[in-house]
Design a protein around this ligand. Structure first.
Ligand SMILES: Cc1ncc(COP(=O)(O)O)c(C=O)c1O
Length: 459
């Protein structure tokens, strides 16, 4: 590891950070006496901090992002070459990498045909909400403007995205929120809200109930994660998505799938929705599109949605009057083209299916060993372990003990994640999302660290 950065040694960097940086999602009081973690370097599945300590990163950059792993020179070169040729022009004009990536992406997304570039998951979701609102005004006199979202789902950090946010603790103190967003129940069977068989159908029926209460003629769209990520790695129960799709058709409601976490390979398919035969009208994606090598997000729509914004060229308001300044940065699509090539050439979807299966198998073994393991869920290299204080009553483990497991894993050189400060009383799910290049040895190291941590924290 280098010891100098821009002429500074690492102690100076730490001082600058402590003096000036407002880190994301973290309480800063402890930094008055201790140093924040600074990640200095990454290669493959591993990163190194300011002390040179090596970590196996089981969460792809902390938040499901670095899907192809660290240190990819070919992406860096693609971005460099593109920046020298042309770094930026506003998205009113096209770009060479933008056009190429759109075609390559849409080849993987049957039934969808238009790509709108922007630069974060929140922004992509906001744009989808704006499209739904504009369609409501164009076609339904503004009436069909409401957007359904689900308890425990997350769609981003802006006020409108929080208005569609199913994490009450995350939302606390940020209201008032944007009107016109309506909540539907979550579908986590381990925390069942309805008795009896066909849980998936029942959970979807609950959406229909909300629609009928609100009035179907007021609902424009429903925004859902294919697998809920930060809200506790919630895989859908059988029959859920078929029923959701039927409901959308029945009431003429657009289906907006938030692929910000699942997008590009995470579940072992290009997109999470493809695992469940879903036919969306709008799809948003960000994190894994370029694996964090450049900021890029996409909102992808059907041609039918697109057509609604050009059907009357004489009407001065009849187009999507929206811009994302940095949606015109060419580094994003240049990195995304190379990111996609790597996933294809290195068979990373297949590896994700195989290693994902192995990860779930190993995590399930922990269930036999530790009473604290209540439920294991996942698809591909996207997994969650819900921790409980009492397996019979399913009393959630307290958040501080869940965080202690995360800290113990870090002491053993493995970075894992956990739902935190999101769901009152239910911040009890450990999260795993290693890069799609993970090997059996990597998975073994991750699960061994969790095994040891559970013993130390829960006994
Ligand atoms: C499902 C989902 N949607 C949207 C977002 C927001 O993305 P961003 O942080 O890029 O705005 C996130 C971020 O974690 C997410 O998990």
């Amino acid at each position: 590891m280098d010891s100098k950065w821009y002429g500074n040694d690492i102690a100076q960097i730490v001082d600058m950070d402590r003096a000036h940086i407002w880190h994301h999602l973290i309480q800063h009081k402890p930094f008055e006496t201790g140093a924040p973690r600074i990640i200095v370097e990454g290669k493959g599945m591993r990163v190194w901090d300011q002390k040179g300590t090596e970590f196996l990163d089981a969460v792809s950059g902390g938040v499901w992002t670095v899907n192809v792993g660290y240190g990819r020179e070919s992406i860096a070169n693609a971005v460099r070459d593109q920046l020298i040729k042309l770094n930026y022009f506003a998205g009113t004009a096209g770009s060479v990498p933008g056009a190429i990536f759109s075609e390559q992406l849409l080849e993987k997304m049957e039934g969808l045909s238009r790509v709108y570039y922007c630069n974060s998951g929140s922004e992509a979701n906001e744009k989808a909400f704006k499209m739904v609102r504009q369609i409501a005004h164009k076609r339904y006199g503004g009436k069909k403007h409401k957007i359904l979202y689900r308890e425990r789902d997350y769609h981003g950090t802006t006020i409108a995205c929080l208005s569609a946010g199913g994490h009450d603790e995350r939302n606390a103190q940020y209201g008032p929120f944007t009107p016109g967003f309506v909540r539907v129940p979550h579908c986590l069977e381990y925390r069942a809200q309805w008795d009896g068989a066909d849980y998936g159908v029942k959970a979807a029926d609950a959406i229909e109930e909300v629609i009928l209460n609100e009035g179907a003629d007021t609902i424009g769209a429903i925004c859902l994660e294919p697998i809920t990520a930060g809200g506790g790695a919630i895989t859908p129960p059988e029959g859920y998505w078929e029923r959701v799709q039927d409901i959308c058709k029945k009431y003429d409601i657009l289906l907006h799938i938030d692929e910000v976490v699942c997008g590009l390979g995470r579940t072992g398919a290009w997109f999470g929705y493809q695992q469940y035969g879903i036919k969306p009208d709008l799809v948003t994606m960000a994190k894994g599109v370029a694996s964090g090598y450049a900021a890029i997000a996409c909102l992808v729509t059907t041609e039918a949605v697109f057509d609604l914004f050009k059907d009357d060229a004489d009407d001065p308001l009849n187009y999507f009057r929206d811009i994302s300044t940095f949606g015109g940065c060419t580094a994003g699509p240049a990195a995304a083209i190379e990111n996609m090539r790597i996933i294809e050439d290195e068979n990373l979807l297949e590896n994700t299916q195989n290693m994902g299966g192995y990860l779930l198998e190993k995590l399930n073994e922990l269930k036999g060993k530790h009473q604290a393991v209540g439920d294991v869920r996942g698809k591909g290299l996207f997994a969650g372990v819900e921790l409980v204080s009492d397996r019979k009553t399913r009393e959630p483990a307290p958040e501080n003990m869940v965080q202690a497991v995360v800290a113990e894993c870090a002491k053993q050189g493995v970075i894992i994640g956990a739902s935190n400060r999101s769901l009152p009383g239910f911040n009890n799910t450990l999260c795993f999302s290693p890069a799609l290049i993970a090997t059996k040895d990597d998975i073994n190291q991750i699960v061994e660290a969790v095994d040891g941590a559970l013993t130390r924290v829960f006994g």
